[in-house]
Design a protein around this ligand. Structure first.
Ligand code: FES
Length: 357
């Protein structure tokens, strides 16, 4: 009689496997973790209760991340669970031989530091802003700067009611970083507080009322990419009541842990977005191990200093700065502040900021 092997799965790896698939081809993913041909089955599961999972590729060039830790809840794909399997986040030594050879790049006269591969840091205080009555606005990320999926605009609103802003048929996700007032979304008013995530649905418009003398500052992410806002003569009254929850407040009780880092989802499908996700992350004094993502990402530093690294350069980052990360670019964020760093990220297209490879 054949003896049954112990119940599995076995952890075959701590990072997912990237594969580009062929339309109509079926892939047999190893679920037991014993296969020597990861991430695919080699029949090592025979004699166990585990079975491989078949995946039929939908289109040519489909890019996927197959789970190798075998603990995913989204088999055969990675769902970020691999980051929870070890007590300590996979850190990198900023002073090792490889990192010592990576030069520090300065910000240019426009406040930009280019790190190669399309990645850059932008200091918004050096950005040239366009004025429209009490609103000043400028593009930090757009197709002109290499983005393919998302734009990001920095805006300052002085006392009074701003012009009515529209980006047409796109999702808007905002993080406010200074000042208090009211945000009106297609005729519906919401209180605007500091460090709040806000979601505006396609075809809706927005205006901001600032009752105080301190400017309100906003970072407005636009998905898909847009070059400039449109200013409307009248506020449309087309607020989408099917998704009435638009304000996301930072709440440490809602944080999720990935080893010794934390994040809280602010805006995602729960609020009605298609495939844009906004999160706030807390990074302790450390440098992450270099990694990449399948989504395009923007990061706004809320507090704490550090460096963003690619394989060619590193650049200093400080509160208020924006980092742009193209898809699949190897990078690493280092926090040098003893009290840690707070960042707000927008990923698109994507719904899980803990998936890396
Ligand atoms: S590799 Fe298993 S969840 Fe990411």
């Amino acid at each position: 009689m054949i003896e049954k092997k112990a119940q599995l799965p076995h952890i075959a790896g701590y990072k997912p496997c990237y594969r580009k698939l062929e339309a109509g081809k079926s892939y047999l993913w190893c679920s037991c973790g014993l296969s020597k041909t990861q991430p695919f089955c080699d029949k090592s599961h025979l004699g166990t209760d585990m079975k491989p999972v078949r995946y039929l590729a939908k289109q040519d060039g489909e890019e996927v991340l197959f789970c190798t830790c075998k603990q995913t809840s989204d088999s055969p794909f990675c769902d970020g669970t691999h980051n929870k399997l070890r007590d300590v986040y996979e850190n990198d030594d900023p002073n090792n031989q490889i990192n010592r050879n990576i030069p520090l790049i300065d910000h240019d006269e426009n406040g930009k530091a280019m790190l190669g591969g399309g990645c850059y840091v932008s200091r918004v205080e050096q950005l040239i802003l366009q004025e429209h009555t009490n609103l000043k606005i400028g593009a930090v990320i757009s197709s002109q700067t290499g983005a393919r999926y998302q734009s990001l605009f920095y805006a300052e609103i002085c006392q009074g009611e701003s012009p009515i802003i529209s980006f047409g048929n796109r999702d808007l996700v905002i993080i406010s970083t200074q000042g208090k007032g009211t945000i009106t979304i297609s005729g519906r008013d919401f209180p605007l507080e500091i460090q709040t995530g806000i979601y505006i649905r396609p075809q809706e418009a927005v205006s901001i009322t600032n009752p105080g003398s301190t400017p309100i500052t906003l970072y407005i992410s636009v998905c898909p990419v847009a070059e400039r806002p449109e200013f409307l003569p009248q506020m449309p009254v087309n607020f989408d009541d099917a998704y009435a929850d638009r304000i996301a407040v930072i709440d440490t009780a809602k944080r999720q842990q990935t080893a010794n880092r934390f994040f809280q989802i602010l805006v995602n499908k729960r609020m009605g977005t298609q495939s844009v996700t906004q999160f706030i992350g807390e990074i302790l004094f450390s440098k992450a191990f270099p990694h990449r993502h399948l989504y395009e990402e923007s990061l706004v530093i809320l507090s704490g200093d550090g460096y963003i690294w690619t394989e060619t350069y590193k650049a200093k980052v400080s509160p208020g700065d924006v980092i742009f990360l193209p898809r699949k670019l190897i990078h690493s964020l280092q926090c040098t502040a003893p009290d840690g760093m707070l960042v707000v990220g927008v990923i698109y297209p994507g719904d899980n900021p803990s998936i890396d490879y």
